[in-house]
Design a protein around this ligand. Structure first.
Ligand SMILES: *Cc1c(COP(=O)(O)O)cnc(C)c1O
Ligand SMILES: [Zn+2]
Length: 430
């Protein structure tokens, strides 16, 4: 390899020079970036990484960006948080959240993939970039393209959550609303990319984009003190993230940064769009496309591009996949917020509910070290919680009114203080 990486067909193995291309011209299978690991070994050490910036670019030796690229967006290095209160609720003992609800700049893990895709786009000389998106990707492309001064063309299903539309338009992006679902957007995107020679992050730049997800896995290992967990639970839309976390762990093993270990991968989807989960449950890798119908819009891809690879990664690792209903998603969003103070979007509700199910069904043993991937922020899917909270009547600003209406809710069973008389000694001695 001239560079430290190249493109390779995932099925026939044909090699390609670095270029904006995602499909093999021989067998029409997806292309993937492959690194020359021996050539990188001396650059990718724990010490070298520790000297890098406190963000995903500390792993740039294993990201497919031009050598001359100077990162402008400090995405990644989100908290890995112990989750003891959630763990107790669901029968786990050693549970962690990898919290990309606070990934910069747009509060989802898509900031990672876009950082890499736009670095590649600039290297290829594109002046216009875009994507087809279920929401978070649109936000990330719009924000980062603004910062890089690139023109944008972003396609989304017309019925997307209002917050995700606003969080795209605020950055000055051109938002194309499509009467149709994500899969329709994606098809049109391919045609536009071909016709106008633009860089679409999840079409002709997809191999570069996908590598950005590896940083989610690198960070988990580094934050565990250069160890791998026993299990990870990952939400799946196109199925890319779950396969790339696995690739990241394998690269760390191959480069000697962590002890070899088989990490089990568990996939999570909403029942209303669960083509990958159904494949796993049937014991195969064949994806039967679905028409999405769920509040988890960020995961609503009925015909997932990396579906077969995601199903294979789960099966090979000894993991499993589960799907949960929209009602369970909403309860899980609340449960995560109430136990750990983390407000996630619907995708995180899917992952949390699936994690609880996996423990309840004994698919994960209580003592295992499990990392739950929280990939997006609850402020973007407020509509999923519409009408879920009772508003108590407003009260006059008086202590007696407060005691009557609220005290029992805050400390159930606590008797009101005796007549709100002047506070004298002994007033609390009852
Ligand atoms: C896109 C997305 C995912 C899934 O990513 P894939 O790589 O397409 O499987 C998960 N969570 C959130 C919040 C997302 O926006
Ligand atoms: Zn091929």
């Amino acid at each position: 390899m001239a560079s430290s990486y190249e493109l390779r067909c995932r099925e026939c193995g044909k090699r390609f020079d670095i270029q904006p291309l995602s499909i093999c011209d021989d067998c029409f299978s997806p292309l993937e970036v492959v690194f020359d690991l021996p050539a990188i070994k001396s650059k990718f050490t724990r010490e070298a990484i520790a000297q890098g910036p406190w963000n995903m670019w500390r792993y740039r030796a294993l990201l497919p960006v031009p050598d001359s690229y100077i990162p402008v967006t400090p995405s990644g290095m989100t908290p890995l948080m112990a989750a003891p209160r959630l763990a107790k609720r669901i029968g786990a003992k050693n549970l962690y959240l990898k919290n990309d609800a606070v990934c910069l700049p747009t509060l989802s893990f898509k900031d990672r993939v876009v950082s890499v895709a736009l670095a590649a786009a600039q290297g290829f000389g594109f002046d216009t970039v875009g994507c087809s998106s279920t929401g978070n990707l649109a936000n990330a492309v719009a924000a980062q393209a603004a910062r890089l001064g690139l023109k944008t063309c972003i396609l989304v299903p017309a019925d997307l959550e209002p917050a995700k539309i606003l969080n795209t338009q605020i950055y000055g992006a051109t938002l194309v609303r499509i009467d149709g679902n994500y899969d329709h957007c994606n098809r049109l995107c391919s045609q536009i990319a071909d016709r106008f020679n633009w860089g679409f992050v999840n079409v002709n730049l997809r191999p570069y984009y996908a590598e950005g997800s590896k940083t989610f896995g690198f960070e988990i290992a580094e934050q565990l003190g250069w160890r791998l967990p026993d299990n990870v639970v990952v939400p799946m839309a196109g199925g890319s993230l779950i396969t790339k976390i696995r690739k990241a762990f394998q690269e760390l093993i191959d480069l000697g940064l962590v002890e070899p270990k088989t990490v089990r991968f568990f996939g999570a989807q909403a029942t209303g769009c669960s083509p990958i989960v159904q494949a796993v449950k049937k014991g195969g890798e064949h994806i039967e496309p679905q028409r999405p119908q769920t509040i988890a819009r960020s995961l609503a891809i009925g015909n997932p591009a990396d579906g077969p690879y995601a199903a294979r990664a789960i099966r090979e690792s000894g993991g499993w996949a589960e799907d949960v209903s929209d009602v369970e998603i909403v309860s899980a969003i609340r449960e995560l917020a109430e136990t750990e103070g983390v407000f996630t979007e619907t995708a995180g509700g899917v992952t949390t509910a699936v994690t609880a199910r996996l423990y309840a069904h004994g698919r994960i043993s209580p003592d295992d070290l499990t990392v739950v991937a929280i990939t997006g922020n609850g402020l973007k899917t407020l509509d999923a919680l519409d009408g879920k909270f009772e508003q108590l009547p407003a009260i006059r600003p008086r202590l007696a009114d407060f005691e009557e209406a609220y005290l029992d809710r805050i400390q159930p069973g606590r008797a009101p203080a005796q007549p709100a008389a002047p506070a004298v000694e002994g007033a609390y001695a009852r």
